[in-house]
Write a protein that binds this ligand. Structure first.
Ligand code: SF4
Ligand code: SF4
Length: 391
């Protein structure tokens, strides 16, 4: 599928994390950890296995993932140093909640991410921090504020660029001026972001709340409300741009009493992707593959190659269509006998995924459901005459 090669790699170094965010696949709404979490990490040997030629050919690395914080990987500094020793011009970005890792590690990362003397290979550390001392842990449950501050300041003692990603909620909107001030003082770029998880579909004008569950027993604890009062946000203080708040003035429906008393799992529905059989009736879904456009590959914390983190999340959630598309997953994991080249030339990358994008899969749906959801035009189902069992 990568006719023009691969230039960017998104790596999920680990599925370990200190945080309990309700929007994350690692757990069920911040509660019970998903049974698929293994607390594993990629190590330096894995990157050596990828081969110097491959690493040399990559000009951008993103360390993020779908179910773990890269700073929870104990070998992250060694891995970054190794990659830079092979291609010092490669840019590297790392995203973290800031609450894991030592001050020493963050200070060292600042040197590594600064790039080389000729100005190439500059990357940055993005701190995902949603509020201030009294509010960050409402969404970033279990993240310790003093560690976040210690690590940001340790990082900023060095030359590395930093960004602060701030998800705006009702409970933290008043912290924005304080965070702006801090970012200005420490030369950190601030990005105000609208969170996912509130909109409940195009045909529903109201917003949902986001429930947060207990790690101890999975019970409902509280819910998070979107900010519906602010019309627009200053995008960041450098660009002085503004962005509209899509949630402005919308009605928010709180969780029902029934919801509050039931244990919920986060990955419901992923084992039933063939219920989207009705997509077969559509042939203008216009799937425009982000991975192909960006020449990007995703590597998950088991070392498995997939085109993108969207499929990475689906794989983790046990998407049954994707499981059938993949078949033997060991064929997508590099080893002494299975090279990077073998994987990229495999049937999965060169036939199955293109078929999933174009609607040519020999399964009840035809399209890869996740590809349509992520990179295509999701059809208005009212045009499809069904008396079937869809609910
Ligand atoms: S910090 Fe990231 S990996 Fe950790 S729980 Fe939150 S979203 Fe998931
Ligand atoms: S979801 Fe599918 S179409 Fe979108 S980037 Fe991934 S592989 Fe490509």
């Amino acid at each position: 599928m990568y006719k023009h090669g691969i230039e960017r790699v998104h790596v999920e170094l680990t599925d370990k994390c200190n945080a309990e965010c309700p929007g994350c696949f690692r757990s069920h709404y911040g509660g019970i950890v998903d049974s698929n979490i293994k607390n594993v990490q990629l190590d330096l040997n894995y990157f050596k296995l990828l081969g110097e030629d491959f690493i040399k050919s990559i000009n951008y690395w993103l360390f993020c993932g779908t179910r773990g914080d890269p700073m929870s990987c104990t070998e992250i500094v060694d891995i970054l140093e190794y990659i830079k020793s092979i291609n010092e011009n490669a840019g590297v970005d790392v995203l973290t909640n800031g609450g894991m890792g030592s001050a020493k590690q963050f200070r060292r990362m600042s040197d590594i991410l600064q790039g080389n003397e000729s100005g190439f290979g500059r990357g940055s550390m993005t701190f995902s921090v949603d509020g201030w001392e009294d509010t960050n842990h409402i969404y970033r449950k279990n993240v310790k504020w003093d560690k976040v501050m210690r690590n940001i300041l340790a990082y900023k003692e060095g030359p590395g660029l930093a960004q602060w990603d701030f998800l705006v909620f009702e409970h933290n909107v008043d912290d924005i001026p304080k965070v702006k001030e801090f970012c200005k003082e420490h030369d950190i770029q601030l990005k105000l972001k609208q969170p996912f998880g509130f909109a409940n579909g195009p045909s529903h004008p109201n917003l949902d709340t986001m429930a947060v569950h207990s790690r101890k027993d999975g019970s409902y604890m509280y819910e998070i409300y979107p900010d519906t009062k602010t019309k627009q946000y200053d995008y960041d203080f450098y660009a002085k741009e503004t962005t509209e708040n899509d949630f402005y003035n919308k009605n928010v429906i709180a969780k029902s009493a029934k919801y509050r008393t039931q244990l919920r799992t986060r990955t419901e529905g992923y084992d039933d992707m063939y219920s989207y059989y009705w997509l077969r009736e559509h042939n203008n879904l216009d799937v425009d593959c982000h991975a192909i456009k960006q020449k990007e590959l995703f590597i998950d914390c088991d070392g498995m190659f997939l085109p993108c983190c969207f499929l990475g999340g689906s794989w983790f959630a046990k998407d049954n269509q994707l499981r059938d598309m993949v078949g033997d997953e060991s064929l997508l994991i590099p080893s002494e006998t299975n090279s990077v080249e073998d994987i990229l030339q495999s049937k999965f990358f060169n036939k199955t995924i293109p078929d999933g994008i174009e609607g040519n899969l020999k399964d009840p749906v035809g399209h890869c459901v996740k590809c349509v959801q992520t990179c295509g035009k999701w059809p208005d189902r009212s045009h499809f005459d069904t008396s079937g069992d869809w609910a």
